[in-house]
Design a protein around this ligand. Structure first.
Ligand code: ADP
Ligand code: MG
Length: 140
């Protein structure tokens, strides 16, 4: 089933010049880039994106991190895209992510783990609309 998901190359991976490598792994992994842009989120914008985690102890640190520098947000499309991209990313903690996964290759801590992927199709729809309007996403 063709599906869409939201990807964020996080500030650590943008700073490490790994944008192309990560989007390359997406393409090699069967996902197509339907929209992409670089933005620098304010603290409030990062808090809005991660509102679901607002009661977690790491919320303040996470939203500082996500607003410390530019990120690359992308809409990725492909068969079973949500699960497919989560598989390419590997576990939240890079130490637990499989060899060759995005987080194993480019993440350096459970917080600074290089990239985000939506966790469910409904989450993907909400996350895509947080960053992109209809005109910014190519039609197939
Ligand atoms: P995922 O990004 O794999 O869906 P979560 O939704 O649980 O993971 O967490 C969102 C983000 O918050 C993670 O990608 C990571 O950057 C950060 N994070 C998660 N757990 C921790 C933690 N225990 N300490 C610090 N940061 C964390
Ligand atoms: Mg999550």
């Amino acid at each position: 089933m063709t599906q869409r998901t939201l990807s964020i190359v996080k500030p650590d991976a943008v700073a490490a010049n790994a944008v192309g490598a990560i989007l390359g792994l997406c393409e090699e992994g069967g996902l197509r880039v339907m929209a992409t842009k670089m933005i620098h989120m304010s603290k409030a914008e990062a808090e809005g994106f991660y509102a679901v985690h607002s009661d977690k102890p790491f919320f303040g640190s996470l939203t500082d991190f996500m607003s410390e520098g530019p990120v690359v947000v992308s809409v990725l499309e492909g068969d079973n895209a949500v699960e497919r991209y989560r598989g390419l990313l590997g576990a939240t903690n890079p130490a637990d992510a499989p060899e060759g996964s995005v987080r194993q290759l480019f993440g350096t801590s459970i917080e600074r783990n290089a990239a985000h992927g939506s966790d469910a199709p409904e989450t993907a729809v909400a996350e895509i609309s947080y960053f992109f309007n209809a005109l910014e996403i190519v039609r197939r």
